[in-house]
Ligand binder design. Sequence first.
Ligand code: SAM
Length: 292
Amino acid sequence: TRGDIRASQIPRYVRVNTKFWTSDEAIAYFIKKGFSIGDPFQTSTSFAKDEHIPDLFLFAPQTSFQDDTAYTSGKVILQDKASCFPAFVLSPPANDKCLVIDATAAPGNKTSHLSAIMKGKGKILAFERDRKRFHTLKSMLSKAGCANVLPLNTDFLSIDPSDTTYASVTHILLDPSCSGSGIVNRLDHLLNAENDDDINDSDRLNKLAAFQLQMITHAMRFPSVQKIVYSTCSVHAIENERVVSSALNSDEASNMGFILAPREVVLPAWPRRGLPQEMEMSMLLFLCQHTY
Ligand code: SAM
């Protein structure tokens, strides 16, 4: 169950930034540093390839990379598996014409993942409305070598989808602000205090859900958009299944013909899906993530 997952049981995930080197080169580097391929839960110096996300590696939970030159130089990114799902599921094509929006980009882990998936081709417009977080985003993108990303200190909701600038946007990643209740350290906290006001406050959740819905319906208005991926770090149905359900029942969805992607095309091998009692949300993916 979701509640059984604790920080100490989650491996340290490391995503190889394929902008700078290949996974094979990274493996050789880790081996030279004294790691060996194996089960990171058996031996603290073992590491393994993730079975679902390319270029993602698992190390023992306590492994630290903060001072490792591969991390400080942007060659690896400390990014949990859950945080790698959205860009991988969106998977925009690596071609020069592809135009992508990351609507809520800072600190930029998913933007840099998108950039790597696109092999530096095409263009990503990365929106971030908060000024301070925008600066974090800019430095993250430059460290990660994301030359095909244009960071914009702009509120995504303030842009006009019918503006010709966005006429050829085909893919949108939406990872908006949320309660953060699915982040593991918070989840541990949740287990200790089931009715924690800060996390479960229904007014706050309702407001977040209304905002999240607004973001999705806004994304649906872009005339050429083919694929929208919505993600949260929340375990609450009100921010997940119910937001997606409302978005699918919106005028925008019917005007633009949006449907829920079938399970077969959204990481079919991933077993943990949405809450069955909520709706037929078989494409929703669940995985908890760390805070760093
Ligand atoms: N995708 C990011 C990553 O993986 O590194 C994390 C995004 S974080 C969950 C949500 C971000 O969206 C915050 O930095 C917040 O300031 C920003 N944000 C919220 N509403 C926004 C809006 N309307 N337009 C642009 N950015 C927004």
